[in-house]
Design a protein around this ligand. Structure first.
Ligand SMILES: [Zn+2]
Length: 203
């Protein structure tokens, strides 16, 4: 099965993607991780991406599509892409999507979660109020230090939410028309949200 997860930052979609990977063996393709890898490698493209992200802006389609190439053959859960109808159309040319889960969240909840979240500087794992690390400021997965991302300040978050709403609304409508969109309320606990996803997974 080929799945897309849509949700604003803070919706927990990365967590649900990881669960779908562990339990249903769908390959987790996270655009955030792919971009972070490039930045860490300090490749030519990585340095470019670093600049864009530091400004709180979005990386352009051409860069992402190039990085995604060849990753979409097997079953997957795609996290962080597409963000626009234009990207969705490009994706359609490459592969057929079975289901799109849209994890909804109120802006105020997103702001609250994002201003309190910390992230592993090495592997990108995210922690916050709903998922605390076993040891303070140490990543459960790789043991590296947890840091607050510089772009997780309220001003930058509001800017990202604004972009998200503006761009995502048409994308949601696009997948509603294709009859593959499922809305999931993201305010509840991780367990409850995930069992809702599972409920629809094999319908
Ligand atoms: Zn880590």
């Amino acid at each position: 099965m080929k799945i897309i997860l849509i949700g604003m930052q803070g919706s927990g979609k990365g967590t649900y993607a990881k669960l779908l990977n562990e339990i249903y063996h769908l390959e987790h393709i996270s655009i955030g991780d792919i971009l972070r890898n490039e930045v860490n490698k300090k490749s030519k493209i990585g340095l470019q991406i670093d600049e864009i992200l530091k400004k709180g802006e979005l990386v352009d389609d051409k860069i992402i599509l190039d990085l995604l190439e060849n990753k979409l053959k097997n079953n997957f859960v795609l996290d962080g892409f597409p963000r626009t109808i234009k990207q969705a159309r490009e994706l359609e040319k490459i592969t057929k999507i079975d289901k799109v889960f849209y994890i909804t969240l109120k802006d105020e909840t997103a702001i609250k979660r994002l201003t309190t979240r910390i992230q592993c500087e090495k592997c990108g794992a995210i922690y916050g109020n709903r998922k605390k690390p076993l040891n303070d400021n140490i990543c459960d997965i790789c043991g590296s230090k947890l840091i607050k991302r510089p772009d997780d300040n309220e001003e930058s978050i509001k800017k990202r939410l604004e972009i998200f709403h503006k761009e995502t609304k048409p994308l949601i409508d696009f997948y509603i028309k294709k009859k593959i969109l499922i809305k999931i309320v993201g305010e509840k606990t991780i367990d409850k949200v995930f069992s809702k996803i599972e409920e629809y997974l094999n319908k």
